[in-house]
Design a protein around this ligand. Sequence first.
Ligand code: PHE
Ligand code: ZN
Length: 889
Amino acid sequence: MDTPKEIFLKDYNKPNYYFNTVDLTFSLGEEHTIVSSNITVYPRIEGSSSSPPLVLDGVDLKLVSVKIDGKELQEEDYQQDARHLTISSPPSTARFTVEIVTEIYPQKNTSLEGLYISSGNFVTQCEAEGFRKITYYQDRPDIMAKYTCRVEGDKTLYPVLLSNGNLVEQGDLEGGKHYAVWEDPHKKPCYLFALVAGDLQSRDGSFVTRSGRKVALRIWTPAEDLPKTVHAMYSLKAAMKWDEDVFGLEYDLDLFNIVAVPDFNMGAMENKSLNIFNSVLVLASPETATDVNYAQILGVIGHEYFHNWTGNRVTCRDWFQLSLKEGLTVFRDHEFSSDMGSRAVQRIKDVSYLREYQFPEDAGPIAHPVRPHSYIKMDNFYTLTVYEKGAEVVRMYKTLLGSQGFRRGMDLYFKRHDGQAVTCEDFYAAMRDANNVDFANFLLWYSQAGTPTVKVTSFYNSEAKTYSLKFSQEVPPTPGQAVKEPMLIPVAVGLLDSNGKDMPLTSVYHDEMLQEVSTDGQPANTTVLLIKKKEEEFLFSEISERPVPSLLRGYSAPIRLDSDLTDSDLFFLLAHDSDEFNRWEAGQVLARNLMLSLVADFQQNKPLALKADFVHGVRSILSDDSLDKEFIAKAIDLPGEGEIMDMMDIADPDAVHAVRSFIRKHLASELKAEFLKTVENNRSSDPYIFDHSNMSRRALKNIALSYLATLEDAQITELALNEYRTATNMTDQFAALTALVQNPGETRDEVLADFYSKWEHDFLVVNKWFGLQAMSDIPGNVENLRKLLQHPAFDLRNPNKVRSLIGRFPNSPVNFHAKDGSGYKFMGEMVLQVDKLNPQGASRLMSAFSRWKHYDETRQALAKAQLEMILSTNGISENVFEIASKSLA
Ligand code: PHE
Ligand code: ZN
């Protein structure tokens, strides 16, 4: 490997040439594929006497020929290196054509970027920089052109030939071949190009847009999987309708395709009209997919569909702007899922995920801003920060501007930028200009990494009847950013009276200024306080008694909140807050405080004990019929081990695991009768329906079962076995299996073997089986994983299998962080093995090491040794190099 080159946002330059049209021809072969590309080019600055060189990107290509304006170039007319083809002096005309023929080898492509084979079908993946593995091109998103694509291939092997846009021609060719010509009328960057050729069938549907366009919807899979596409079709139609209703956005072509493929690095890809999905995010049947899978499919189909406007019609100027499309589209899919289910529960899920996974990323060696300043491999920046924190940044615009203001901003964004490749500032400017507001330091959310901490203290003055909230903010240092500026943080606040009701809020003083809170003459229940400086104070007037504040309602900013609420305030909020998210949050804060204090006890060898009021709190939620069942299931679930470790100065996986297990077991024994009743009352033998009430019922039953199973008691094992055997859908079956395999022993082994023999024919279900074993906390589990690597169903080339069996392993912190180093060693070896086949997959596995400095010295030394071993290995990919070197820096 040459020393990898770091690319900086500050070095962005406009291209010297733009492309107008691109005509591609693929001649697909069993040994190699010939790609011919015919591009019309025009210079950015017309009429200059000397023309700058035209530099095209290209990797792993065999160049067959280059022509300019129809004339074949001689070797002295161009230069080639491992990454580029440079045409030294192109014509200085206003327009010229470049024709390039290359030969590529999809059958040998295990990286799954560019053109590759999955289950015998040709598939492309071009985002971020895969198009350069197909042909020489200016592979950057600000080059937008109109494409046609002619695909030729064997008619029996590849009866279906697809590309972007509309089918304009098809027919037979000699030698058992056929062809299809596709034309995409919309300009697009090359990362949205796609081609699929293979033996597939489609489920067909249709959708009529509100302006009357009839859109054909096709979901393509191998014939045997077609029955599993009902939910995907439902999800697609729901997403199309939702985007019209909520954002006024319609689909813009007559055809929308989804193709499900078993070998795919990511979740799914929004190629214009030819969306390619990892099959786990398309295929579902009640027998084989869980509620979680159904919900993910709904969310991801929504996500890719929404990209048609936020990503495709308006795209990114350069890859540093990735969050422009991803943060915004994740925000949109979260909103969609909220509207399709429960808003409060969706928010709870999204915030838990952010805290468990994005917070650690933002606190470790690869912390980076929502808009990174530099990268070596762009693939490494499809991160939780860009996606999930980016979505929180978009949500803050909505919190600041209100629904209508946000919609005005979105409308202006599309009006200004349709058909363009733009930046995060352009989005900001649209929001600002549509609403005539000044957001001061809001843009810092894009450029400063690290999770801000906000401290709040409160004071009630009973004489003056005022209540004050004092805030101070701190953004922690992150690699390359030692000193941070204060940011604009919207904090939504309500005040509860002693009956637990919201106090009417009329006015608040800030910086000596009186601000009206009431809207339309009506007092408000919630007001959004804007923290702009390092320290701010707000004073509420006419407050007749000491309130309990409900702070950061709906999690109005992605921060760590450190408040002076007492346990009794928190129990009060848990019982009464009108903001459902904050009810849940109060319970979580109580649980986090409890867990952290028990962790300290554990570390000092003190006996662990659970306070009665905590058990009582859980009992009262469990038995509150007025609550949504999915909400109850979330509210009685303890914060994850990762979340607790993230809050510690030195993470102690053994202590956190011991404490979490202790609390679960203790709750199970104290509340055994309630949990049994919960299981009893929430069973159903009706056919599976994916809707909120049924999902909620199953979620509640299954969390109760999982608590009970911690008791390791024969009666419960019988109960769980019975649930397992009589389950009529995968949600219940897998939940019972999960409950049973918590405890080592014969039953565990038997039920795992039984499940495999039931499902060995179904690759997606087998992956669940791998994943469940990978995440297991049973002692010494790494040895089981090594055995499973040899299992006939395992395959290192398939990303889903790698993710299930290897990628899930760190979800068991006790085993991954085992003090003998066995977990780190396993992961180190796996990274190197996967890297030889698939660098993106390997580099993703490395995220397990990202917070190695957050552990004790013994563990640090062991993890560091693995990182050094990886970095010193010859021939590692740039992807792995970047993460390993940054982790060690
Ligand atoms: N753009 C895809 C999405 O988020 C993700 C993706 C990135 C897929 C890179 C493949 C490669 O919808
Ligand atoms: Zn996306």
